[in-house]
Ligand binder design. Structure first.
Ligand code: ATP
Ligand code: MG
Length: 272
């Protein structure tokens, strides 16, 4: 795995929020690389900077008056923090796609499922005909484990279960065949059985398409099942990084040890 090509490099990422003369540091000194085909987990307590780092990497951290960002996110020769909007638009959703915790907030409630899954193709590949786009949408929906896709195609998000909605989000993210898929707590809103199925699906996508996946989760048990490499964050900084085996079997940092000690025993026995 370590010989695989580096496709994204984060150097010295800092994100700060400023409010009434106060500065809150959300992300500090973050350096990381993502290689083709690897699954990297980011774990850490609430507020440790996981989502902010992920949004920055996905090119989705909008410029705001009260926020400053510095450092580099290098992807295909561009720094996603400073590149022009056209370059960024060519990356967002197409080459680096992101899925979130609650698909209901990311899906458009008044747009049919099929149309939403095909959105990226419509934006980035306008030369593809409507019929061909529908064909690709149905194929991708079936690849993420959905059945009776013709019927689902015409349905609205509220008509589906949480697990199905997350599969729809994954289909919408995967249809453009991104090099990187960022999943921020993609299973948190789901029951345990559905969580396991979604993790299995991400693993399959990684195997079949060699998509690099950045998997953010509070659930260390899921991270240990899915990820090749793990990054541990605390208070905006990376405190430890290593292969999943290193992190879970020989954690060095005191905070990592604490996190691992807190994994419910029942989960550990299930993943063994
Ligand atoms: N709009 C904002 N204004 C001020 N501070 C913010 C803002 N958004 C995020 N932060 C700060 O950035 C830090 C990192 O937030 P982030 O959302 O990345 O945490 P996280 O690790 O994803 O947490 P969780 O596990 O709860 O999702 C937090 O300390 C938070 O207070
Ligand atoms: Mg978060």
């Amino acid at each position: 795995m370590s010989e695989e090509k580096v496709i994204l490099t984060v150097k010295d990422l800092h994100i700060e929020f400023h409010d009434h003369g106060q500065t809150e540091t959300a992300v500090e000194d973050v350096d990381l690389v993502l290689r083709r085909g690897e699954i990297v987990g980011i774990v850490g307590e609430s507020g440790s900077g996981k989502s902010m780092s992920a949004l920055a990497i996905a090119g989705l951290l909008r410029r705001r008056a009260m926020m400053t960002r510095s450092g580099e996110i290098l992807f295909e020769g561009n720094n996603l923090l400073t590149c022009d909007r056209a370059t960024l638009r060519g990356v967002q959703g197409k080459k680096i796609a992101m899925i979130f915790q609650e698909p209901m907030t990311s899906l458009n409630p008044v747009m049919r499922i099929g149309k939403q899954v095909g959105e990226i193709l419509k934006i980035h590949y306008p030369e593809i005909s409507k019929e061909e786009r529908k064909k690709q949408v149905l194929k991708t929906m079936s690849q993420v484990g959905l059945r009776d896709c013709e019927t689902l195609y015409r349905m609205y998000p509220h008509e589906l279960s949480g697990g199905m909605r997350q599969r729809i989000m994954i289909a919408a993210a995967m249809i453009g065949n991104p090099q990187i898929l960022i999943a921020d707590e993609p299973t948190t809103a789901l029951d345990i059985t559905t969580q396991a199925k979604i993790v299995k699906l991400l693993s399959k996508i990684n195997e079949v398409r060699h998509t690099a996946i950045l998997f953010i989760s509070h659930d260390l048990s899921l991270v240990s099942q899915l990820c090749h490499r793990v990054i541990v964050m605390q208070k905006g900084r990376i405190v430890e990084e290593g292969s999943a085996t290193e992190i879970f079997e020989h954690p060095k940092d005191a905070y990592t040890k604490e996190l691992i000690a807190a994994i419910p025993k029942v989960d550990l026995s299930e993943s063994a």
